[in-house]
Design a protein around this ligand. Structure first.
Ligand code: BG6
Length: 256
């Protein structure tokens, strides 16, 4: 029985890899929408698949979210070296502090004995302030670390859930709804075809930068994220991406 279950998952991983056209898929048993501990398993699996790519001086850019927070919680000192560096992928995108990339990076560094940098950019700033901030040497330095990241680790969210969770303005909320966005990652909102219908304006990693990153790890599970995952991989460069997901959403995705 155990063997059947394992090979069932292996088959799903293969089909999903083909369907989404990603480099690799890793599926953990269960559904993180129904059982909260599955998120920890996602975290464990993500760490396991990233580990071979982490060496001295590796720069890891990380997004926010509850899934990333679960990854952070599972990290141990053998994951990194003291020179490994965690940086937030993008500046403020409206998340509460516990879900922010800055917070998650600092936890990751603490738990793995590595280093981290922060990127503090206010959420809503005028053009002038934005331009001044991005000229600050400290900010510029973190930005160049981000764009030279060896590894990107990110979550994928349901568009509506994310727009609600962030303090999205009414105007942007309307753009997201009228555009029929279903998926979100890095502050980009995608419709079912993978078109970008809205983008949160902030500094740091832009979607087009992803193609230059050798290894990208997307971690997202729970049956409610099926449309989001499908949309995201239609819109984003997939060939360097590994998807770490759960059985719940994998089944939903493979249903078509
Ligand atoms: C956000 C990330 O913080 O978390 C997004 O910037 C991602 O890329 C989202 O879509 C996912 O959140 P969660 O809580 O579902 O893991």
């Amino acid at each position: 029985r155990m063997i059947n279950e394992i090979s069932g998952i292996t088959l799903m991983e293969r089909s999903l890899k083909e369907m989404l056209k990603v480099k690799e898929v890793m599926i953990v048993p269960g559904d993180s929408d129904d059982s909260p501990w599955v998120k920890e398993e996602l975290g464990r699996a993500a760490i396991q698949s990233m580990k071979p790519y982490v060496g001295t001086d590796t720069v890891i850019a990380v997004t926010g979210g509850t899934t990333m927070s679960a990854v952070a919680g599972m990290l141990t000192p053998d994951f990194a070296t003291p020179e490994t560096l965690f940086v937030p992928a993008r500046g403020g995108i409206g998340e509460d502090v516990q879900n922010q990339a800055n917070t998650i990076c600092s936890t990751m560094a603490l738990k793995s004995g590595a280093r981290h940098r922060v990127l503090y950019v206010p959420d809503q700033v005028s053009r002038e302030v934005y331009e001044t901030i991005t000229k600050e040497p400290a900010i510029k330095e973190v930005m160049s670390l981000i764009t030279s990241a060896d590894l990107v680790l990110h979550g994928i969210g349901d568009a509506h859930t994310m727009a609600k969770r962030r303090n999205t303005s009414e105007e942007h909320f309307r753009t997201i709804s009228y555009g029929q966005a279903v998926g979100e990652a890095f502050g980009y909102y995608f419709d079912v075809e993978g078109n970008i219908v809205h983008k949160v304006k902030t500094i740091g990693l832009q979607l087009k930068d992803l193609s230059d990153v050798p290894n990208v790890f997307a971690v997202a599970g729970g049956h409610s994220k099926a449309q989001a995952i499908r949309a995201y991989f239609k819109g984003a460069p997939q060939t360097s991406s590994t998807l770490i997901t759960d059985e719940g959403v994998a089944k939903e995705l493979l249903k078509g």
